[in-house]
Design a binder for this molecule. Structure first.
Ligand code: C2O
Ligand code: CU
Ligand code: CU
Length: 552
């Protein structure tokens, strides 16, 4: 994999107040390390300004909803590199209320229709610089979920940006074409900040993807699925303690009873009678989806977290845990104009949260509901044969791993973790998150391939323990090679297992209670400290996160 080193001057850039022109002049546009064969040109360079800020938007009739979001603009490069996820409707109000902002509002004709940030569209090999400004009333840090970049760009939770401050993220896009995303990552505050609205998609394209001739442009649709609780005054409610239960058992997670797609409640997607590519992201804090088309059409899966599969696969349903992406191919050409379809989440069991805690669960994990409606419109189109060959995946091999005889194993658990006062909290590798701490079994060598085993030993002994955990590893994509379930947990497992899509590259993997998962992963190009954690954001905030260190 070719990855040119990040600019040496980034530390300098991060702390200067130079404008774009100054920055470009200073660095002469993306210098390349001497041994780097790639020749970046100006066309390969994209510079954007991105600010995290509070604002209000009309989500439902009546009072506007206070949210946090990312607003972006292209400073250098193709203006089409930034797109809004959801265009405002024709009757959209032009008033821009910005009372909650700390600084003057950016000059924009109209506010974004969705709280979700811009879709950042890049090509593999492109160099990207993001001049980030934190206009929130608290510290934050951006994270580029799924990207293979250096820890200080990733960004490790220790690279906090104070209110009013800037940070320059700069990297070359090394990932293959796929649907990646960005969101905040301050330890202990990630769940709340994402819940308030901070998230956006980072879509990478490349030549291999272009050769697959998938539906593109208006027929390539991002769908970010989230849940919220919205009060009578149209405001998002995030319960203190992070979950429906909170309390002594720690944070189970947040579950809302309103499903939002692309930041809109009661979402309906109008589609033409033809084939589409749908890019789904589960951007929810804790909710797991078991996705189906309501008319029984099988799901044609073409991609996962790290891009396209080698070949499309069919599933009767697909599980999508927080942080995961799945790409679907679907052909609406055989449907009548005016036909309605639903994307639904089906009932499943074994992933309940806060069991027996007397929690107020309006819509538990595993309950069935509608995710969105699809309305077919327009004249009849030609059916398209489903895609066959999509990409090539280089398989890691067990025999190439340096630890094949002794896989590293990382278990999720709950305990006091040395906390004062005896409060229970979530643990990973037997420990809660400590910013500076790396355990001896969390140190890996650069340029090695390893096998890791993730273990969810919670088999229902303790209340609240029998839970699903989507485990995410920063800085790389991995391959899932094996899953095993404890015999006493097979009943719930049977309701989800046929919805896993492990055929492609993954950065987040759903792990049911009693499940063990083996992964192959390789550490390349960058040394330093990354995190791995549960992508149930309340679990992450409550300690279920650890560092791993890549050493030269
Ligand atoms: Cu999507 Cu560490 O996160
Ligand atoms: Cu991530
Ligand atoms: Cu978890």
């Amino acid at each position: 994999m070719q990855v040119s080193k990040i600019l040496n001057r980034r530390t300098f850039l991060r702390t200067t107040g130079l404008g774009t022109a100054g920055l470009l002049a200073k660095i002469g546009v993306a210098p390349i390390a001497a041994k780097e064969p790639r020749t970046n040109t100006i066309a390969d360079f994209l510079e954007i300004a991105l600010q995290a800020t509070a604002f209000e938007l009309p989500l439902l009739p009546g009072t506007w909803t206070r949210v946090w979001g990312y607003k972006g603009s292209v400073l250098y490069g193709d203006p089409a590199s930034l797109q809004t996820i959801q265009e405002p409707p024709r009757n959209y109000p032009v008033r821009f209320s910005n009372r909650a902002n700390l600084q003057a509002p950016p000059r924009r004709a109209r506010p974004p229709y969705s709280y979700l940030g811009p879709i950042i569209k890049v090509r593999r090999g492109q160099r990207v610089r993001i001049n980030f400004t934190n206009n929130l009333p608290e510290q934050t840090v951006m994270h580029w979920h799924g990207l293979h970049i250096a820890p200080e760009m990733d960004a490790h939770p220790s690279f906090l940006v104070a209110p009013g401050q800037n940070y320059v993220y700069e990297f070359e896009v090394a990932n293959r074409a796929g649907t990646y995303w960005f969101h905040p990552h301050p330890d202990g505050r990630t769940g709340r900040q994402v819940y308030n609205g901070l998230a956006g998609l980072f879509v990478v394209s490349d030549d291999e993807e272009a050769a697959a001739s998938l539906p593109a442009g208006n027929f390539d649709i991002p769908l970010v699925i989230q849940d919220r609780i919205i009060d009578a005054n149209n405001q998002f409610v995030y319960q203190a303690g992070g979950g429906q239960t909170g309390g002594m058992m720690g944070n189970d997670g947040f579950l809302g009873d309103r499903i939002l797609v692309n930041g809109r409640p009661d979402f309906t997607l109008d589609v033409a009678r033809r084939a589409y590519r749908l890019r789904l992201l589960n951007g929810s804090n804790s909710r797991v989806y078991k996705l189906v088309w309501d008319d029984g059409t099988p799901l044609t899966v073409i991609g996962t977290d790290g891009g396209l599969l080698e070949r499309a696969v069919q599933r009767n349903y697909v599980m999508l845990a927080p942080g995961e992406r799945v790409e679907l191919w679907v052909d609406f050409s055989g449907r009548e104009s005016g036909a309605m379809m639903q994307l639904r989440s089906l009932q499943f069991s074994g992933a309940e949260m806060g069991m027996g805690m007397g929690g107020n669960q309006m819509l538990p994990n595993g309950a069935p509901f509608t995710v969105m409606n699809v309305r077919v419109v327009g004249r009849a189109g030609e059916p398209t044969p489903p895609p066959t060959q999509l990409s090539t995946i280089n398989r890691y091999r067990m025999e190439d791993t340096v630890n094949r005889n002794a896989p590293r194993s990382f278990a999720v658990s709950m305990g006091t973790g040395g906390m004062m006062g005896g409060g229970m909290r979530w643990l990973l590798n037997g420990r809660p998150y400590q910013e500076a701490e790396v355990a001896t079994n969390e140190i890996v060598r650069l340029n090695t391939t390893e096998v890791w085993e993730l273990i969810n030993n919670s088999t229902g002994g303790m209340m609240g323990m029998s839970m699903v955990h989507p485990i995410h590893i920063h800085g790389l994509q991995f391959q899932v090679i094996e899953r095993q379930i404890a015999s006493q947990m097979t009943a719930g497992y049977e309701t989800v297992r046929y919805g896993y899509v492990d055929e492609g590259w993954k950065d987040t993997v759903m792990m049911m209670p009693g499940e063990r998962i083996r992964l192959l992963l390789r550490f390349e190009d960058f040394t330093g400290k990354y995190v791995y954690h549960c992508h149930n954001l309340e679990h992450e905030d409550a300690g279920m996160m650890r560092n791993y260190l890549v050493r030269a």
